[in-house]
Design a protein around this ligand. Structure first.
Ligand code: DGJ
Length: 726
């Protein structure tokens, strides 16, 4: 089957996935006009009727040679709208040429359709998938020798279509790119709701739903990183859409730096969504012959509500974006030293923790912050990536000792940072990002390394790869504990200073790429003070991302549910930790909440009570054989409200063959009694064993399912398995 097609007679382009269809055509003025995006099934005739042009007023002008007011770009659903040429809404790009003019107006020139996918140069992207096909459309500016190439790749299996743009200077004089988006999507009407994720440190992924209003609404980051505050993913949905019903469009930008997700509802009641690099202090000098790629955006459409959109994205990220080496391999069950010991550890204490971890069936010990340089507090040594032998002896020996206990070894790094109190700073003060003479902002006592410099990336690669080899690391945690300020590089000329934040990211991505090329099996867990850089870009390198520094089981419910709106739970680092002061969540409840994602412990395992030890051992075994696989390869269903704020919060993890499903229901407060849940995701035709009963899938799906809580103080978790024979 062909998933991408072009009809020469009508100049109609169509992109199909298993259940969705997107169409646009090239009009007589060579503008690409969006016609339809939604469920499959629209005929060619019906698609061509989707556009009806209407004349408004002289305040929506039209180029002189293009006829009447009905052709005003201000009202056209252009695939890549220009700037300053009659469309006052969000533009695809703004390019200023040597004359100083910024009027940008791209028109269709040629196209190409081929199998496979294309990834933007130097950036993360979806690089694999079954039956993928790509449509490449070249546009040229009306008057200047500048091209824009739009890449669309269809991922039929996950009902996802990716898009990105490349701008190329084909002239003899330099131009400046002042705005570049990956994709612009116009939707008819403006009566949409928007889903977005916002938050703060230790309170990431708070799901918000709001009705769109006239004018502009923006989610963005100017932090040089994605940030805890806003996430580069959004959904537009019909006002009546729910978790299981209604039309939902999802969009996720695969980028980890300054981004903008902009939505504009126009005076004519149309909606435009644009995703790309944030414009603020962004300018890129493009010399003759050079090109610049925007990051990739993934779109999906679900006619089955928010849950359908989430599962499309989960499949897309797992099978097309995240590291292939970890697509099928079970993630190691880990124990991280941070919350158990912070900076206060030595070799003996580590081995004591390792003994307890090994005895309970843990597979990997992660030594977090504090093992290097002279770091005993968060005030020094970042950049000095050599072991503090006084604290832990040799890493190679420690690795051997862990191996003798059956444990793999993982280490924490914060590669992009430098402490003033460090050897690296003494040797290379010029490697710091900062405006010379300006009072630099400090965050967690640290400064930011200039990742735009290749020698910095080389230095970090040298240190990290040496340690990975020496200590036989199978895992690294890559942290980032502050955002960029004074983003100025001494290595770049004045005219390129507004490129620094994007170039910084190119350096970060380059380091990831080099590490994974040298150590393809290495598991990288990304982190930025929790989920401060949790995005589709990072997922390309990191099979897991630490979701939040907030490990309180109650707070985690909303954080993890929010994460699952766009990103797969198997990417979410979630650990069992000790209770926060004043909290009395049982070990079983904390464990059930952590089993939502990539499971591990972050507590003094050597201080568990005998009952807790027994429970931990039993569950760890189950995780390694059963539950871990469900999390990683199964489908995820939210059974209660999407923001995870209610009582109870319940979800279901279902194996790909639907023969095994695990329901987890968590009650935040002490409540004795029954609640009823509407199940999803089971097979209608299978019979499931539930407790000591056999119940048909059809019956389970059609009737509310009751769960009884005992009223435990401090909340409670109930787990129900559904297993089918055959
Ligand atoms: C912030 C991370 O989110 C924590 O998990 C821990 O690694 C600390 N940094 C260490 O400094």
């Amino acid at each position: 089957m062909k998933y991408v097609s072009y009809q020469a007679k009508t100049q109609l382009f169509q992109l199909h996935t298993k259940h969705t269809q997107r169409a646009f055509y090239c009009d007589p003025a060579k503008r690409l006009i969006q016609l339809y995006y939604g469920a499959r099934g629209m005929s060619e005739e019906a698609l061509l009727l989707c556009e009806s042009r209407q004349a408004y007023s002289s305040f929506s002008p039209v180029p002189e040679l293009e006829g009447g007011l009905e052709n005003s770009p201000d009202n056209l659903a252009q695939l890549f709208p220009g700037f300053d040429c009659g469309d006052y809404r969000l533009s695809g790009a703004i390019i200023r040429d040597a004359s100083g003019a910024a009027a940008t107006d791209f028109r269709y020139r040629s196209h190409n359709i081929y199998p496979g996918c294309v990834v933007p140069e130097g950036l993360p992207g979806a690089n694999r998938g079954k039956n993928t096909e790509t449509l490449e459309i070249t546009l040229s500016d009306q008057t200047r020798p500048v091209e824009c190439v739009l890449y669309f790749t269809v991922f039929p299996e996950s009902d996802t279509i990716t898009e990105f743009t490349v701008i190329r200077n084909c002239g003899t004089e330099a131009v400046q790119i002042e705005r570049i988006t990956s994709a612009v999507l116009d939707l008819p009407g403006d009566e949409w709701d928007q889903l977005s994720l916002s938050g703060t440190y230790a309170e990431e992924f708070q799901l918000r739903r709001q009705a769109l209003h006239h004018g502009l609404q923006i989610q963005r980051s100017l932090r040089g990183s994605t940030g805890h505050q806003a996430n580069p993913a959004t959904a537009l949905l019909t006002r009546d859409a729910t978790e299981t019903q209604g039309a939902v469009y999802g969009a996720a930008l695969l980028y980890s730096g300054n981004f903008s997700v902009e939505i504009e509802c126009s005076q004519y009641h149309a909606t435009r969504l644009a995703l790309g690099i944030a414009d603020t202090d962004f300018r890129w000098l493009l010399n003759p012959g050079e090109s610049l790629s925007a990051p990739e955006t993934a779109f999906t459409f679900s006619g089955n509500g928010i849950g359908g959109m989430s599962r499309n994205f989960h499949n897309f990220f797992r099978h097309s974006v995240m590291p292939e080496a970890w697509e099928k391999r079970p993630r190691p069950l880990l124990c991280n030293s941070w919350e158990a010991m912070r900076f206060d550890f030595d070799r003996d204490r580590l081995l004591k923790l390792a003994d307890a971890a090994a005895a309970q069936g843990v597979e990997l010990l992660v030594l977090d912050d504090g093992w290097f340089g002279e770091r005993n507090e968060a005030d020094s040594s970042l950049g000095d990536w050599f072991v503090n032998t006084k604290k832990v002896g040799s890493l190679a020996t420690l690795s051997d000792e862990l191996a003798q206990r059956g444990l793999g070894f993982g280490l924490w790094f914060e590669p992009e940072m430098i402490s003033r109190k460090s050897r690296l700073f003494e040797e290379h003060p010029e490697w710091v990002l900062g405006v010379p003479g300006h009072d630099l902002c400090i965050g967690r006592n640290q400064l930011v390394l200039d990742m735009t410099r290749s020698e910095v990336v080389d230095y970090l690669f040298g240190c990290m790869s040496r340690l990975i080899q020496e200590a036989r690391l199978t895992y690294i945690k890559w942290d980032m504990n502050r955002n960029l300020t004074e983003a100025y590089s001494r290595a770049l000329p004045p005219i390129r200073q507004s490129e620094v934040r994007h170039r910084y990211l190119l350096g970060v991505y380059a380091l990831h790429t080099r590490l994974l090329k040298s150590f393809p099996e290495l598991l990288i867990e990304g982190c930025s003070g929790g989920g401060g850089r949790f995005d589709g870009g990072m997922l390309h390198y990191c099979a897991q991302l630490w979701c939040s520094d907030n490990t309180d089981a109650e707070a985690r419910l909303a954080i993890q549910f929010g994460e699952s709106t766009f990103y797969p739970p198997c990417a979410a680092g979630s650990h069992v930790a000790s209770n926060y002061p004043g909290k009395t969540h049982s070990f079983a409840m904390r464990r059930a909440v952590a089993a939502f994602g990539t499971f591990g412990y972050e507590m003094k395992l050597d201080e568990l009570t005998p009952e807790e030890q027994k429970a931990a051992m039993a569950y760890n075994l189950d995780y390694r054989h059963t539950h871990g696989k469900l999390v990683q390869t199964g489908d995820f269903y939210r059974l209660t409200a999407g923001d995870g704020s209610g009582n109870p919060v319940a979800w279901l993890q279902v194996s790909p063959d639907r023969k095994l499903a695990r329901l987890t229901a968590v009650m935040r407060k002490n409540f004795a009694g029954s609640i009823k849940l509407r199940l999803q995701g089971l097979s209608e035709t299978l019979t499931y064993r539930v407790g000591d009963k056999n119940i048909s899938g059809a019956k389970l799906l059609r009737n509310p399912f009751a769960i009884t809580f005992d009223g435990a103080v401090g909340g409670e978790a109930k787990i129900v398995d559904f297993t089918a024979e055959g």
